[in-house]
Design a protein around this ligand. Structure first.
Ligand code: PYR
Length: 289
């Protein structure tokens, strides 16, 4: 992968009027995103944590997220926005997080202004830190990681209302945030009002079963948003398919009746470029594997 991921994401943001970004939680889901034509992916904290069998309560650690970011970029080469929750601590920790994630090939990291233990943005009972604590985190990240975009997420709308979310966003921009993510807005009017008052590229979270109504990519563009993430769609769809498959095998003792609902061997090999590996090996050993 020639250009660095940070540069790739910056170019995408310049060349597109809106960017749809799907959530991934492992390398193969990122390969499928690329195959489907997505040019950027989102490493979701919720999806990654759930894939490890845990709830989204800041139970994953920096090294776990960094390792997954490295694996996903190695496999897919897609620029990635990586969710690092609250940044794994205060400003000093966030500096380490930003540096580590830059080394782990993140194009951008997303830091949010919740108190620990953080919650999914679409649940009730969230608490936010004081604006200055988040400002310090953003400054710390910007200071140490020059090749990394900073997405500052504010959860303040649900806690203190839209005005506070807008005020915070403008403080976060002053501290160096490149992109703002207002979490869990509940109407198109709120999205519009937010966009009218916050003048950097904005990210909207089009999650399922949350507090935000279903708004299309085009509508988000018209409301003034630049990036729309679909963070947990892949995990939910995959889990549903796995459940159906396992239930069928448990019931029938064979998978024969559902082969048409599976990726074939050939399709899998195309996805992971099996033949390219073989061809590479041939150039070295002059024979088939
Ligand atoms: C997540 O998927 O975890 C988000 O923060 C949106």
């Amino acid at each position: 992968h020639t250009t660095n991921p940070h540069q790739k994401l910056k170019e995408l943001l310049q060349s597109k009027d809106i960017l749809a970004v799907v959530g991934v939680f492992n390398p193969i889901s990122a390969l499928i995103a690329r195959q489907a034509g997505f040019e950027c992916c989102y490493l979701s904290g919720a999806a990654l944590t759930a894939s490890l069998g845990m709830p989204d309560l800041s139970l994953i650690e920096l090294n776990e997220v960094a390792a997954m970011s490295t694996y996903i970029y190695r496999a897919s080469g897609l620029p990635m926005i990586v969710d690092v929750d609250v940044g794994f601590g205060e400003a000093l920790n966030v500096a380490k997080t930003a540096k580590t994630m830059q080394e782990a090939k993140a194009a951008a990291i997303q830091i949010e202004d919740q108190e620990l233990p953080k919650k999914c943005g679409h649940l009730s009972g969230k608490r936010v830190v004081e604006t200055q604590r988040m400002v310090q985190k953003i400054k710390a990240a910007k200071k140490v990681a020059k090749d990394l975009l900073i997405v500052a997420r504010t959860d303040a709308k649900a806690v203190n209302g839209l005005k506070d979310a807008i005020d915070r966003a403008n403080n976060y921009i002053e501290a160096g945030a490149d992109i703002i993510f207002p979490e869990a807005l509940e109407t198109k009017e709120e999205f519009r009002e937010f966009a009218l008052n916050v003048k950097v590229p904005l990210l909207a979270n089009m999650t399922e079963f949350g507090k935000t109504p279903y708004i299309s990519l085009e509508e988000f563009r018209d409301l003034g948003y630049k990036i729309v993430i679909f963070p947990v769609s892949a995990l939910r769809a995959a889990n549903y398919a796995i459940k159906k498959t396992f239930e069928y095998i448990k019931q029938n003792g064979t998978q024969k009746g559902i082969l048409n609902q599976m990726q074939t061997r050939q399709e899998l090999y195309e996805l992971i470029k099996y033949s390219e590996y073989e061809d590479f090996d041939k150039t070295i050993f002059g024979k088939q594997l």
